[in-house]
Design a protein. Structure first.
Length: 504
């Protein structure tokens, strides 16, 4: 299955020099830059033994010793990059790219550094890739994602780069492109302003992404209006913006012959803009990044369309719980009591804790109607998770140790890391209510651990399934361009979910 490349994303090709005459097989006029990986040995950079090094240095009339002398302070640490200006008919740059100890994370940093150096330039780069399949995928993902750009400027002056990889990496490149481009498309949804992006628009984008994936057995169904009668949480939040109103998008990957495969249901929070509702966000600055509060739904869309292209032997259903949390005469109020999809009554104490209400409907629907073997939800849910783990790790909650470990391993493999957090049963008093089955948010005057109590609330709707909850409020947003992430939405979770789904 070939990946669908988004506009302005980098393109790739492969040259395999193994057992060849090397320099005779490279058309040097096709490149304006060469990137060579270097590491450190006894305080001096060393070129990694790679088929590209000798012919590349010969072509640009340089020696390894001269380059070491030119950069005596170079360490070869991961992500370090030096630009050597070259006098050549076509090649103008020789990049020395530090790859550290060549770990998965080092290759990610190296790919991101090279991508940022060439971003938007339209460069044609010949580069060597590490020979390990796992690091090759991560390295190529970084090349794709650090090139990410998104804007609504009337004149766009950025150009797509092209990377030619030296090595035998056909399978790894195919996977990396599918994963990287799926993450790229997810980022485009996240970065879209909310005057364009509403629940109906998100549903239309889901249809387009499903169609463009070109996968047999991948279908989409959109529920709205009367079809959402039982979805009390989704309606309570989404009816604050009656036009176009909330949506639930159900995407299914179930190819012929998949009846007995494991069934995974992914549930994503999709608040297309979050004012906080009647409990308005304070201060105002907290509201600015809230166009990204639909990240969870975009992530499950990117994950199912990307994973389907890799044809795992697993049935997948993705539920996008879409609503806008606005302020209007139809907004829910603090002290309201709503009834979720599974019949559970919930007292609403803070309308700015709306994400768990829409997720509860999705989890209840999945448990009662879809019979999942695995039930996974993902959301930009609580600031508490960010306080505990910062921007590099997602918070993971599960009672199933083996399942949690499988996600931790997948995160390490693909460099989207999660940290298992405790479900502290002693905190259950935080969600007690005098008038309903549960209160959806803790009394902050007497309880802390807001991310934990939110997870305990969601657990009430999973019906004893094998369940994992991801609170990605930290890594889903970046305050600056850093590594492979742009300022704004990172689409954290797409790579993690695809890696895990394809490992089942």
């Amino acid at each position: 299955m070939s990946a669908q490349r988004p506009e302005s994303a980098p393109t790739f090709s492969i040259v395999d020099l193994k057992g060849s005459a090397q320099s005779q097989e490279i058309s040097w006029q096709d490149f304006d830059a060469i990137a060579l990986p270097v590491t450190s040995l006894e305080s001096s950079i060393e070129f990694i033994d790679n088929a590209l090094v000798a012919p590349a240095l010969a072509e640009v009339d340089r020696s390894a010793d001269s380059l070491r002398e030119l950069f005596p302070d170079a360490t070869g640490k991961a992500g370090e990059i030096y630009d050597v200006q070259i006098n050549h008919p076509t090649i103008k740059h020789l990049y020395l790219v530090g790859v550290g100890a060549e770990s998965v994370d080092d290759l990610r940093k190296a790919g991101a550094a090279l991508a940022r150096k060439t971003k938007g330039s339209g460069s044609r780069v010949l580069t060597a890739v590490n020979s390990k399949p796992s690091t090759a995928v991560v390295h190529i993902n970084a090349l794709i994602l650090a090139n990410f750009t998104w804007s609504l400027k009337s004149k766009k002056d950025t150009k797509s780069s092209h990377f030619t990889l030296v090595g035998a990496f056909e399978k790894e490149l195919a996977k990396a492109e599918i994963v990287g481009y799926a993450t790229w498309r997810t980022r485009e949804l996240i970065h879209t302003p909310s005057n364009i992006k509403n629940p109906a628009w998100m549903a239309s984008q889901a249809k387009k992404m499903v169609a463009s994936a070109g996968v047999t057995g991948l279908t989409v169904n959109v529920l709205s209006r009367r079809e959402l009668k039982r979805f009390g949480g989704l309606r309570a939040v989404g009816n604050s913006s009656p036009k176009p109103g909330p949506r639930m998008v159900e995407i299914t990957y179930a190819p012929s012959g998949s009846k007995n495969w494991p069934h995974v249901v992914l549930v994503g929070k999709g608040i297309t803009f979050d004012t906080g509702g009647i409990s308005l966000k304070r201060p105002y600055d907290f509201m600015i990044p809230m166009k990204t509060d639909m990240t969870g739904s975009a992530v499950v869309l990117g994950a199912i369309t990307g994973a389907a292209q890799l044809a795992p032997k697993v049935r997948i259903t993705a539920l996008m719980m879409l609503a806008e949390n606005a302020v209007s005469s139809t907004s829910q109020r603090p002290s309201d009591v709503i009834v979720q999809y599974d019949g559970t009554s919930v007292e609403v104490s803070d309308t700015d804790a709306e994400g768990r209400l829409v997720l509860a409907d999705g989890l209840g629907y999945a448990n009662l109607e879809l019979d999942p073997d695995y039930l996974i939800d993902i959301a930009t849910l609580t600031g508490s998770a960010t306080l505990g783990l910062g921007r590099q790790y997602g918070a993971m909650y599960s009672r199933d140790t083996k399942l949690a470990e499988s996600f931790s391993a997948a995160g390490e493999n693909i460099c989207e890391r999660v940290w298992r957090m405790p479900l502290v049963d002693e905190y259950a008093d935080a969600i007690k209510s005098d008038i309903a089955d549960f209160n959806h948010i803790t009394d902050t005057a007497h309880f802390s651990g807001g991310s934990i109590t939110a997870a305990l609330f969601l657990e009430k709707f999973v019906g004893g399934r094998k369940w994992v909850h991801f609170d990605i409020a930290g890594p889903a947003r970046s305050d600056s361009d850093s590594g492979e992430n742009p300022k704004g939405g990172t689409a954290f979770g797409v790579r993690l979910l695809i890696e895990w789904l394809t490992s089942l």
